[in-house]
Design a protein around this ligand. Structure first.
Ligand SMILES: Cc1cc2nc3c(=O)[nH]c(=O)nc-3n(C[C@H](O)[C@H](O)[C@H](O)COP(=O)(O)O)c2cc1C
Ligand SMILES: CCCCCCC(=O)C(=O)O
Length: 370
């Protein structure tokens, strides 16, 4: 990516360049990096590079509508913020600023269970839609407490990440001996539980070691019944890449899924998220909303995922770049810019409503489908 160091901020990569100059190098590697040789990280972005579009003309694109509803909540844009841990690593206000920015743009913000601001402070700052993300921690009492607090604070859904029973081997973090600095904490979880995230060491990542101690690797589909019994909020599973698991998700009564490979941070060599999307959408057959993340950097990328059947598209790294570069205004700017790019692409493909986006907009085969 090339961008002059000064000049207007036109797109997500501009925020990336600005952020690079202000973020601590080890934190930068934590954000940018993927698992092992980062094949899947690269594949996520490359999958979009293979796609070309089939524009239709003379369709009256004087009004383009990007509004979308999900679980009874209305959003101005189908582009939201994926859960990412520890926003105070890049901005003093952390997730409070992200919530303000996402809310200003009318976008969904999925708050990581490893947020560095309290769920309540984030909710107070947010004029928009919030979901709480969870990992399946061994301590079910901690999980139950988080779920209760989220419901009390007005969070609208729970998103359970299922592709990380353990943390991927992230060579950058292991080489850096990455640990979370003492001034940034996962404040929603007892600090005693989280203490090991602050203890790095040569050749090892403190967050991977912490996860190995605190995540429950025994969970199976049957355990979802426990989660269901804790809450009446919609439950969304993040990290589905196959038709088989999509069908199991439907059979187990979850309310939605996110097609995701965790931004290439978990199983290196996993299929590019975009290539997995058609088979999952087809398997679900409209039984529940399918969301998508992984490699979305521009509005046209979002358009491609929406055309393949995603109801909403989430951004992981770009909001962190924008937060580092410009705080809440940066996050709002990123989401508004990317949504503007999407609206532009909808106009120029002759599809002014989200409902007009289907596979006929794509000229290349993606994941075996058009
Ligand atoms: C720094 C960082 C932290 C993340 N933390 C979480 C997390 O706490 N929970 C989770 O499910 N996914 C997490 N993710 C993965 C994102 O939710 C998302 O799946 C991924 O970043 C999407 O790919 P993208 O960065 O190409 O948009 C994290 C990603 C990054 C870059
Ligand atoms: C013990 C803290 C784990 C944070 C993991 C965040 C994450 O999912 C990531 O991809 O990084």
């Amino acid at each position: 990516m090339t961008r002059p160091r000064t000049g207007p901020v036109l797109t997500a990569s501009d925020y990336q360049h600005l952020a690079r100059d202000v973020v601590d190098p080890d934190v930068w590697d934590f954000i940018e990096g993927g698992a092992e040789s980062e094949r899947t990280l690269a594949a996520n972005v490359a999958a979009f590079d293979r796609v070309r579009l089939r524009p239709r003309v003379l369709t009256d694109v004087s009004t383009v509508d990007t509004a979308v509803s999900l679980f009874g909540a209305d959003f101005a844009t189908p582009i939201g913020v994926a859960p990412t841990a520890y926003h105070r690593l890049v901005d003093a206000e952390g997730e409070v600023a992200t919530a303000q920015g996402a809310g200003a743009a009318g976008a969904l913000f999925v708050v990581s269970v490893f947020a560095s601001r309290t769920l309540e402070d984030i909710a107070k700052a947010s004029p928009g839609g919030l979901w709480l993300h969870l990992y399946w921690l061994s301590r079910r009492d901690v999980l139950a407490d988080l779920i209760r607090r989220a419901a009390d604070a007005g969070y609208q859904a729970l998103l359970l990440t299922v592709d990380a029973p353990r943390i991927g081997r992230r060579w950058r973090d292991m080489r850096n001996g990455f640990a979370i600095g003492a001034d940034v904490t996962a404040v929603n979880i007892d600090e005693a539980v989280m203490a090991s995230t602050h203890r790095g060491g040569t050749g090892r990542s403190a967050i991977a070691e912490h996860a190995a101690q605190s995540f429950d690797q025994t969970v199976t589909w049957a355990d979802l019944a426990w989660l269901r019994a804790q809450t009446s909020l919609p439950i969304v599973l993040k990290g589905i890449l196959t038709a088989e698991d999509a069908i199991l998700a439907v059979e187990h009564g979850v309310d939605g899924i996110v097609v995701s490979n965790h931004g290439g941070r978990q199983l290196d060599g996993a299929v590019a998220a975009l290539d997995a999307l058609p088979e999952v959408v087809d398997a679900v057959g409209g039984a529940m909303p399918v969301l998508f993340d992984g490699g979305v950097r521009r509005g046209t990328d979002a358009l491609v995922a929406l055309a393949l059947g995603a109801r909403m598209v989430l951004l992981g790294r770009p909001p962190l770049w924008a937060l580092a570069a410009g705080g809440a205004d940066g996050v709002a700017g990123l989401l508004e810019t990317t949504t503007g790019e999407l609206a532009h692409a909808m106009a120029l493909t002759g599809r002014p409503r989200l409902a007009d986006l289907d596979r006929t907009v794509l000229s290349f085969r993606v994941g075996g489908e058009r």
